[in-house]
Structures are given as C-alpha cells and as structure tokens.
Design a protein around this ligand. Structure first.
Ligand code: ATR
Length: 266
C-alpha cells in the first residue's frame, strides 16, 4: 500500500521470490490515500490477506495502527511490513537490515570503523541510522538542508553511537568519508542539491537509497566528484523485500539472481 504506488517494482520481486521458493502467493499494488489507510488495512485483513508492505507516505502513520511493533521498527519510528497473526497486526521494518545486507554482503562495504556521511534527515534516514550505528562506525554525520531536522535525529540516536548533525555547506571535510549515503528525496524530483563535493575522495563509496532506470543525479554527482564507486539502491530494495518475504513465509529467498534480473531489466 502506498500513495502513489504504480511505480513500485515490488510485485516483480515477490513474483521472482515465489517462483524460486515454490511458494504460492499473490502480491499486488494497492493505491491507498492517507485518510483511507486504516480502513484499507482492516479490510485487507478481514478478507484473508496475510501481510502487507507499507510504503511512502504511510510508513510513520501506520505505526499507530499496529497491535505490536518490533524493536527495530519502533527505533526507526516507521513500519514497512505488516503481518497478521491470530487477529493481531504486527509491524516491522526491514529497510535498515536491507541496506546493511546490500552494503555488507552484496557490495563488500565494511561499516565497522567507517566514517559515514548521510545526506538528508527525513524518514529514510531515520530508518537507517540505528542499524548503521549498531555496526559501530567510527563516526556518522547527518547533513541536511535544514539543520533542525538533522539535529533532532542526531539527538534521538546519540546513545546508540557517535552521531552528529550539520548543514550541507559545513560538512567537516578533514575526515575521509568511507561511505556517503544519499537519503534525500531530491533526486526523485530530478534535483541535485549542493552536496559537499569536498567530502568525496578516491576511496569513498557512494550509495543512493533511490534507484532508477538511469543513474540518479546523486550517482552522477558522486562519479563527477571522484568517488571510488557509486551505486543505486536496487540491492536494498531486493534485500528488504527478502526480509519481508521471510517474515510472511518463513523462508528467505536467494536475492542474488533476483537482483541481477532487476538490474538487467533496469
Ligand atoms: P523521506 O521520508 O522519503 O525521507 P522526507 O521525510 O520528506 O522524505 O525527507 C526528505 C529529505 O530530503 C529531507 O531531508 C529533505 O530536506 P529538508 O529536511 O531540508 O526538507 C531532503 N530534500 C528533499 N528535497 C531536497 C532538495 N531539493 N535539496 C536538498 N534536500 C532535499
């Protein structure tokens, strides 16, 4: 469920998972406006639905509609996966683990001891800061157009690890960033904000949570700024889907062939 939803690739991913694991399932897109969210979830549950992915713009709002919430979803303040068990609605969040799996397993990026810079301080950032800090990076800066949102997030996670906030134009560049993650929604509108080019060095791995048919504005910026690599978030998309599939079906699909197919298809 999302609003809008027609762009979503999740039905293709889950169809490929179902074929691979021989699970019999139907996964469809449901466009649901914010005011109809609660009714739509209840109706889906009543008519025998087994689980839901919840996406933009509902991920925060849906936390109020669940009976139980996982620790990681509570920390993120956002839910992307619902499952229905014994009449109860359980809320979970697989975005953070999806990103970590893509970075660590698929791309070989080491988070422990890394200097990380996240661009943006919205819902996407809130979902990934906790899981990243748990991997014990050396530092994590959240840079945002407006400082107050970044500062709120840094305060929220300050007990979990070394996290700080700043504006784009004052990102400390004495640090060599190992990983820069774009979590702004700027690229969705085709914009490339004044990202801090001086933060990029030849050893920086750049990762865009957004993905598209063509390189995103952030990926183009990263390459032009001299990054070692720039990657779009197709892997996170497939990995978070695999985690959700596992919650619903108790079986974790092999993501590698599906990711290959998605990227080739893109
Ligand atoms: P999401 O839940 O997808 O993260 P969001 O909560 O609307 O979406 O957050 C969007 C993020 O992208 C914010 O950090 C926003 O910056 P502000 O907090 O300053 O609004 C950032 N963003 C969106 N468009 C941007 C642009 N053109 N330039 C810079 N930052 C942008």
């Amino acid at each position: 469920m999302g609003y809008p939803i027609s762009h979503s690739r999740s039905p293709v991913i889950h169809r490929l998972f179902a074929l691979q694991t021989r699970e019999n399932l139907q996964y469809e897109l449901l466009q649901v406006s914010p005011e109809k969210l609660e009714t739509a979830i209840r109706q889906f549950q009543r008519t025998g639905g087994k689980g839901l992915n919840i996406t933009v713009p509902h991920k925060t709002e849906v936390t109020k509609l669940v009976d139980k919430i996982s620790d990681r979803a509570a920390t993120a303040g956002a839910v992307n996966t619902l499952s229905f068990r014994g009449g109860e609605v359980l809320g979970d969040n697989t975005d953070g683990i999806g990103l970590l799996r893509d970075l660590a397993v698929n791309l070989g990026v080491t988070i422990e001891g890394a200097n990380i810079l996240i661009l943006g301080a919205g819902g996407a950032t809130r979902g990934i800061v906790g899981p990243l800090l748990e991997m014990q990076p050396a530092s994590l800066w959240i840079a945002n157009r407006s400082l107050d949102k970044a500062q709120l997030l840094a305060d929220r996670f300050s007990k979990t690890g070394p996290v700080s906030a700043c504006r784009f134009n004052v990102v400390p560049v004495s640090t060599k960033y190992d990983l820069i993650i774009n979590a702004t929604s700027a690229g969705v509108h085709g914009e490339a904000p004044p990202y801090p080019s001086a933060a990029v060095s030849g050893s920086t791995f750049c990762y865009d949570l957004s993905y598209g048919l063509k390189p995103t504005p952030f990926c183009i910026w990263a390459r032009e700024s001299g990054a070692a690599q720039s990657v779009m978030g197709w892997g996170m998309l497939v990995e978070q889907a695999a985690e959700s599939f596992n919650i619903w079906r108790g079986i974790r699909p092999d993501t590698a062939p599906v990711l290959k197919q998605m990227v080739i298809a893109a």
